[in-house]
Ligand binder design. Sequence first.
Ligand code: CNA
Length: 319
Amino acid sequence: MHRSKVVGDKNSSDSQLSEQAQCCLRKPVSQSGLEAVVRLIKLGRCKNIVVVAGAGISTASGIPDFRTPGTGLYANLEKYNIPYPESIFNIDYFSNDPLPFFSLAKSLYPGNHRPNYIHYFIRMLHQKGLLLRMYTQNIDGLEKSCGIPEDKLVEAHGSFATASCHLCYTPYPAQEAKEAIMNDKIPTCSFCAATVKPDVVFFGEDLPQKYFLNTEDFPKADLLLVMGTSLQIEPFASLVNTVRPSVPRLLLNRNAVGSFTKVPLRKKDFIELGNLEDLVRTFAQLLDWNEDIEEIMRAQETVISNASFCQQSELQTRS
Ligand code: CNA
């Protein structure tokens, strides 16, 4: 049995931070966070890097996050006719009415979007032999799509890659579930006839077994990179507090979040605020990795285009 569940939104937005913390947000605490971390990497002190990521790494691929005011999914849910934003990912709500989630799933299904520079930067960490593990909350599959290997990746909130009955957990072919959802049909379990759902983790559901690798990885980490997450969803959010106190943590985000809003910060905490893709490009340039990243991006784009061409031809042959 899994020991932990997604217990949901802490329901405290960034705008509810203490005045003291807000003051700290307005001016970046460390102007040279990137340079400090780059120096450590170049000195060979960071060989077990753990990355913790959220929806903000995929907004540059055109996928809205949850909470960015105006563009986030939570600000644009009128069309789903739901009582409150989180209900779209609530398992009891889904059990009663799966259509709001299926309607959203149609736009989130992998295949509609391409990985961006940020994903490839993380893949480059792996290629340089520095990535211990990436923990992502994202369900868009772009980490795998950019070529980060399965064994380096923990998709903590599941993915669309598999599907199963939401009641009895009988596995269901993922491609058939996708075809049903895309055609506005409800996939049903062949065993108990309940609704089938892609194995995306909802509030109130168990986290995947792989998530528990965190108990080995975080104590081993020698650098923690936190990117594009509001750190609002537990138990994932608290992972960032489980690295050793001497380990540097770098937050790259539009705004300070989670324990990075505490005053004073931990001694080895660094914060760089701004547009994530710009920050990551600067990071890569300081490391002299930019050309390597551009090269793997070009190569992987060809792989992705060929795969999607083959998939389309197969669909045309079948129809
Ligand atoms: P969130 O709560 O929406 O937070 C995103 C964070 O990223 C916020 O702090 C933003 O300010 C920041 N951000 C967004 N865009 C940028 C940018 N361009 N530059 C800098 N910072 C940026 O999302 P979390 O990931 O923290 O919440 C966890 C949820 C979101 C998970 O359960 C996911 O399944 C879910 N989600 C995933 C996707 C996806 O797979 N791409 C999309 C939307 C939601």
